[in-house]
Design a protein around this ligand. Structure first.
Ligand SMILES: *[C@@H]1O[C@H](CO)[C@@H](O)[C@H](O)[C@H]1NC(C)=O
Ligand SMILES: *[C@@H]1O[C@H](CO)[C@@H](O)[C@H](O)[C@H]1NC(C)=O
Ligand SMILES: *[C@@H]1O[C@H](CO)[C@@H](O)[C@H](O)[C@H]1NC(C)=O
Ligand SMILES: *[C@@H]1O[C@H](CO)[C@@H](O)[C@H](O)[C@H]1NC(C)=O
Ligand SMILES: *[C@@H]1O[C@H](CO)[C@@H](O)[C@H](O)[C@H]1NC(C)=O
Length: 677
């Protein structure tokens, strides 16, 4: 009984509704030249609003939100018994403004939908039209024209600036990059997010079933040729009564979507918009800056100016204090005696441009050497930074080095001064333009090598410098690190000995069980390794190795390629001598231009100097006599006299304990006292 009553009720209400005059419930057309209140026929959902001047603003800068604006009255799309969809036409003017000028939220769409709420539609790429579950479902009955500003591969978007016709899905049925065909038949691009106003026309023809979407820049006439056009019967898509409106969505990037004016009509062309009456878009950039300037500047100035002043002052004071502290020099009593040899750290810092890596000349066990130019005199210098944690013996060392530097010897690298700064000792030498000897000896393939005349000149120079240190100077000075890389060549290719005595600075072992052997492997005398003591004889041993190195063009220790065996230069030359042809040990790079007796003498002298017993080595005075020729003739020796293989044994021993480092680069090594005999 109840069911029957209900059926009757429904039947009546249905017939009643269908009898009502169309004009009161259904829309035939409407025109909005702006959306000024009272806005009775527009419903807003989500973050859509209307601005005071009448702009329909679909979204604002809120992330992941949708905004909908629908005409509240349904539109009757089907009113003929056969269910065909009537022709309809709409036009609107829109503009998109992005927070970030080149990026945009997801876009907006003109929508025809079964209800004006689209409650389940989601933001981002679904543009407030659909959601992940219902996208593409024919039961949606959603028809839309999308203005898409993000390329979503999911929906096969062609680019991030396109216009598409969507039916029940965000994958467009047809789409095109935004633009228009001008009168001459040329396609002109339009950028949707350009903030510029654009007008759009959407037309559906009930006989041809043609859907045309046309767009043009604001105030341009409707182009003849549509932008996107398809033939599609919408009778299965649209229902009898539908709602028309706009939808838009933001993602993580946000934009404002504005509709400035809108008109719509079924069965006929949409009424013309009166473009002059449309509301103005906000003045974006200039206004913002202007308003910030106007409202904030005065107060900003009041607070900022004293703040800036104080902070600048603080920074300045801190800079000065820090700079002073940075370059602070401590002068000890003993240094006053050295007077003008003490240099200012600040000057050296400036000269080397703050110890710039680009000006690094080399680095070794005792520190790095930088090239520099003295600020006032423009003199080129080489600054050696010796890190010296112990401070032990520094006084003696500095005094000695400075005094020798002051006395001068033409085969010593001139020391211009020194500087103590924190834990560092900086020694300032004259810059030697031709670099160190080892580069000339071991650059293979030889770029520049030295001929024999040059080599003997270098050897003689070094010998006289070493003689000066050992015997001529008021006290005996032991160099401790004679080697090819410590021999520098001045502009006339004179050999000059550098770095004297440096090894001593690190020569003070604190642990009585260990002795710090400072020097370079290959140049170290066996007695030095054994006792840990450097003597003039250990210097002479190193000088002997240097003699052999210069004559043979070989490094003190070379690794034989076949079996990785280390060959000590001493044994190598001795080998040739034992076979009776010592001259074969000479450097092949010397060619034929050399003095046989001199080369032979240098080789033999080298072997004499490297005698395993320190007492059997000649003194520097004798060495100099032999080198200078004259009346001193090398004693007639045989290889057997020099055959002590002690050094080799020591090297083997050390290589087993892993302390052996090959090559001629400077190495400091701690040798346990027990490993000596
Ligand atoms: C965006 O609009 C909504 C609804 O009008 C409002 O609640 C929100 O504060 C607005 N957000 C911004 C960032 O303007
Ligand atoms: C998508 O929308 C439909 C209604 O059209 C709703 O039933 C469904 O729950 C929604 N799905 C999601 C994931 O929101
Ligand atoms: C389409 O939606 C209807 C109603 O929401 C649902 O019953 C149907 O399963 C959906 N079809 C597909 C293919 O998802
Ligand atoms: C996107 O295009 C590819 C290739 O053209 C096609 O296989 C795929 O089905 C399309 N996706 C959708 C959602 O239409
Ligand atoms: C128009 O846009 C397309 C695709 O974005 C581009 O290839 C073309 O160069 C543009 N034409 C002009 C005139 O800017």
């Amino acid at each position: 009984m109840f069911v029957k009553l209900l059926t009757i009720f429904f039947f009546f209400s249905f017939t009643l509704l269908s009898q009502l005059p169309k004009s009161s419930t259904q829309t035939l057309d409407f025109t909005y030249n702006g959306f000024l209140p009272p806005l009775t026929d527009i419903s807003l959902e989500g973050i859509a609003t209307v601005t005071p001047n009448g702009l329909l603003k679909l979204t604002n800068y809120t992330m992941q939100k949708t905004g909908h604006a629908f005409h509240t009255k349904p539109v009757r799309f089907k009113d003929s018994p056969d269910g065909t969809v009537s022709s309809f036409s709409t036009t609107f003017v829109f503009a998109i403004h992005s927070e970030i000028p080149s990026l945009s939220g997801y876009g907006m769409a003109f929508v025809v939908a079964p209800n004006p709420r689209l409650r389940y539609a989601t933001a981002s790429q679904y543009m407030g039209l659909l959601n992940i579950t219902n996208d593409g479902n024919v039961t949606n009955h959603v028809f839309a024209i999308e203005f898409d500003t993000i390329q979503s591969p999911k929906f096969n978007d062609t680019d991030d600036n396109h216009v598409g016709i969507d039916i029940n899905s965000l994958t467009s049925v047809e789409s095109s990059p935004a633009g228009y065909w001008d009168g001459k038949g040329q396609f002109k691009n339009l950028t949707l997010i350009s903030r510029k106003r654009m007008q759009v026309w959407v037309d559906y023809d009930d006989r041809t079933h043609q859907i045309d979407v046309t767009m043009a820049p604001f105030s341009k006439d409707k182009p003849k040729k549509p932008l996107v056009s398809i033939v599609r019967d919408l009778s299965s898509v649209l229902q009898q009564d539908m709602f028309v409106g706009f939808s838009s969505a933001t993602g993580t990037i946000v934009s404002e979507y504005y509709i400035l004016g809108w008109s719509f009509r079924v069965k006929g062309n949409a009424p013309q918009l009166d473009l002059s009456k449309l509301p103005k878009l906000p003045r974006w950039e200039p206004k913002r800056i202007y308003s910030i300037y106007k409202t904030w500047m005065p107060s900003v100035c009041i607070f900022l100016v004293p703040f800036l002043f104080i902070s600048t002052l603080t920074i300045l004071v801190r800079y000065v204090v820090r700079r002073r502290r940075k370059f602070k020099e401590e002068l000890e009593d003993w240094e006053t005696r050295l007077g003008k040899n003490r240099m200012k750290f600040k000057d050296l810092y400036c000269a080397t441009k703050g110890f710039n890596e680009n000006d690094l000349l080399g680095s070794g066990g005792f520190g790095a050497v930088y090239r520099g130019v003295m600020p006032r005199t423009e003199k080129e210098i080489a600054v050696k930074r010796v890190s010296n944690k112990s401070q032990q013996g520094l006084k003696e060392f500095v005094s000695e080095v400075v005094s020798i530097g002051r006395m001068g010897h033409r085969n010593l690298v001139p020391l211009l001064g020194y500087c103590r700064w924190r834990d560092e000792l900086l020694l300032v030498y004259e810059y030697m333009p031709n670099g160190s000897l080892d580069k000339y000896l071991h650059n293979s393939p030889p770029e520049v090598t030295l001929d024999w005349k040059q080599r003997i000149k270098v050897i003689k120079g070094v010998a006289s410098a070493l003689f000066y240190l050992h015997e001529e100077w008021e006290q005996v000075v032991i160099h401790r690190d004679i080697k090819a890389s410590n021999v520098l060549l001045d502009s006339e290719h004179n050999g000059r000995l550098g770095d004297f005595g440096l090894a001593r600075l690190s020569g003070h072992g604190s642990d009585p069980q260990t002795t710090l052997v400072a020097g370079t492997w290959g140049y170290l005398a066996p007695d030095h390794v054994r006792t840990g003591r450097a003597t003039t004889a250990t210097d002479i041993f190193a000088f002997g190795v240097l003699l052999l190195e210069v004559a043979c063009g070989r490094r003190p220790i070379e690794i034989q390629n076949e079996n990785g065996e280390r060959v000590f230069i001493l044994d190598w030359v001795l080998g040739f001598w034992s076979e009776g042809n010592i001259l074969d040990a000479k450097d092949p790079k010397l060619g034929t231009e050399y003095d046989r007796t001199e080369v032979e003498m240098v080789l033999k002298l080298g072997l004499m100097c490297t005698h395993s017993s320190p007492h059997d080595r000649p003194t520097m005075r004798q060495v100099l006599h032999y080198l200078m020729g004259g009346d001193a003739i090398l004693p007639d020796l045989s290889p057997l006299d020099l055959g002590g293989n002690e050094m080799l044994e020591i090297h083997h021993e050390l290589s087993e304990t892993g302390m052996f480092t090959c090559g001629s680069s400077m190495v400091n090594s701690i040798v346990s006292a027990s490993s000596g005999r």
